[in-house]
Design a protein around this ligand. Sequence first.
Ligand SMILES: *[C@@H]1O[C@H](CO)[C@@H](O)[C@H](O)[C@H]1NC(C)=O
Ligand SMILES: *[C@@H]1O[C@H](CO)[C@@H](O)[C@H](O)[C@H]1NC(C)=O
Ligand SMILES: *[C@@H]1O[C@H](CO)[C@@H](O)[C@H](O)[C@H]1NC(C)=O
Ligand SMILES: *[C@@H]1O[C@H](CO)[C@@H](O)[C@H](O)[C@H]1NC(C)=O
Ligand SMILES: *[C@@H]1O[C@H](CO)[C@@H](O)[C@H](O)[C@H]1NC(C)=O
Length: 641
Amino acid sequence: MNYSIFISIFLISSLPIILSQQPYIRQATTQCESRDNSTSVLGYTCNGASRSCQAYLTFRSQPPFTSVSTISTLFSANSSQISQLNSVPENAVFETNRMVLVPITCSCSGPYYQANTSYVVQQNDTYLSIANATLQGLSTCQALIVQNPDDLATGLFPGEIIRVPLRCACPTRTQIDDGVNYLLSYLVTWNQFVSTISELFRVDTGRTLAANGLSEQDFNIYPFTTLLVPLQDPPSSTQVTAPQPPPPPSSATPLPSAPPPSGGSRRTWIYVLVGVLGGIVLLSTVGVIIFCLFFRKTKQKSKPVPSLESFESIEKPLEKEVDEESQDFLESISSLALSLKVYTFEELKSATQDFSPSCLIKGSVYCGTINGDLAAIKKINGDVSKEINLLNKINHFNLIRLSGVGFNQGNWYLVYEYAPNGALSDWIHDKSEQKMMDWNKRLQIVLDVASGLNYLHRYTSPPHVHKDLNSSNVLLDRDFRAKIANFGLARSAEGQEGQFALTRHIVGTKGYMAPEYLENGLISPKLDVYAFGVLMLEIFTGKEVSLLYEEVNMQLSEVLTPLLNENGQENVRKIMDPLLQGNYPSELALVVFRLIDNCLKKDLSDRPNMDDVFQSLSRISTSSLSGGWAISISEHRTAPR
Ligand SMILES: *[C@@H]1O[C@H](CO)[C@@H](O)[C@H](O)[C@H]1NC(C)=O
Ligand SMILES: *[C@@H]1O[C@H](CO)[C@@H](O)[C@H](O)[C@H]1NC(C)=O
Ligand SMILES: *[C@@H]1O[C@H](CO)[C@@H](O)[C@H](O)[C@H]1NC(C)=O
Ligand SMILES: *[C@@H]1O[C@H](CO)[C@@H](O)[C@H](O)[C@H]1NC(C)=O
Ligand SMILES: *[C@@H]1O[C@H](CO)[C@@H](O)[C@H](O)[C@H]1NC(C)=O
């Protein structure tokens, strides 16, 4: 029985996806000028069964909003209800960063659901700082701007009172039929996944995904956005004050959840303390029991389980110890990373027909079938803890997903999601395949890679650099969407703002390495920006990197810059992949090549960061799919050859 509990914690439940209810806001929160209302930036659509309902928010206490009374003022919420919901007295002060539950009444206002509150503008406040910093994402700058039309002319001034719509929603008919009575607007922070948030409130991950218009293929969430959690019962303080994995998640063990300790409202701090401590003890006991029962099945001797960090710091253990350490490491993975499955060698062997050559993809990567799903299985002899640690924190559509791991006789086996269309390099360099790669497909691929790198640079904690981006490390799925793979060289870019890490150990792929790295061993996210520039050049010219360098024999951008200044469109036509000739929008192509040129700047401070690159490519992609495209084709037809 305990075994099955454990398994159910391992597996993200895969209930059929119910009708999507509200679109997730994604990264639209920072583009205050954008009037695009296709995401939920202006608020969640008023599509529920009722026009008004009880709803909940989560907020992390931050000075000056650390007490029941200041938080109730900020959200215009009832303070006695806040104190009850969080099991604290009305005069309580929370420690910083504690998650506080706030009950609100959510109502339709025009086309959107919202809860109204007001806010007194402070010195130096902007709509973005109010939405993102003060309210942590519970409102958006776009909604604030739209609902305070009088301020457009005057701008914000200190002391002014503005209307603030808070993001909330009421359950739809479908959700109510499904047993959902409340929606909680959960504030996402760093390194969080839909599955971990769902576990916190003990709701099904599939339902949370559906409630936000997300799916198992499209599950990326970003810090400082709201995620709707569908609840049957009102949330309780035990759910949000349970020990949570602090970032990075590898340093604490999220315990399997147990039923909350029962009990009515607590009036004094003593009761609260006793309750919370009791809860923790109960949770840990249940966790330890399950843990022991599970591991008795696989291992007789019990040794303290090292953390992932401690494994990393082991320099070169003796041969004999390697296996033991690896065994411990495997176990620590199974206890720490709930999303990672540990496979036995037998399972891997049967998945790959005993690692038969017919299953070999390339090098030491095999294709296998596990539980009916295709997977790529890579055999590695060496330290994989860094890659596992990183991939375990990552959750992005454009970064290859690690789903499991195995170990046998000194070799690691990493099990990844399978990308049926293989490496990008095969598609751009094989002339017979290349026909498939039209302009828009290539644009989608570069946009995908930019999105993945941007996530790696900005939304992993600490930020990471891939360090080995090239066209064989970009894989294509069934729909030719790109996924960045091979994180073996990736490393943290921590503490490198203004001051960069240096290394004497230069590794990477020839042709893609930035000048400052080759010459001085300087490591920063701009390294990936340079490699991305080379990759884009490869994609749009259809030429292999070695060929590109042979032709120019110097800094790529030294050649590119002058070409783009005068007769830019004509020159781009000369270097564009011959297979695309006549079938691409020439103005946009010039914009793309200017972007490539910027990414390839010799001086890293002249290069844009990945966020800028991603934003530019999104705009290019939007115009390519709409008007710009038709205009330039017709223009091209009449242009002299
Ligand atoms: C979104 O904007 C368009 C045009 O700006 C408008 O017609 C439409 O009603 C808006 N949709 C919502 C839900 O506000
Ligand atoms: C706050 O909630 C309590 C209990 O739910 C209720 O008795 C009280 O009247 C409410 N106060 C206000 C100002 O609405
Ligand atoms: C919230 O404020 C809007 C105006 O910003 C107003 O139209 C709406 O009626 C208010 N809702 C409630 C419940 O007071
Ligand atoms: C507002 O900004 C100015 C200049 O940027 C700074 O000197 C001042 O301390 C800021 N005030 C507050 C309250 O942050
Ligand atoms: C939003 O706030 C967080 C934390 O306060 C900060 O790290 C992030 O950069 C902010 N985003 C923007 C676009 O200002």
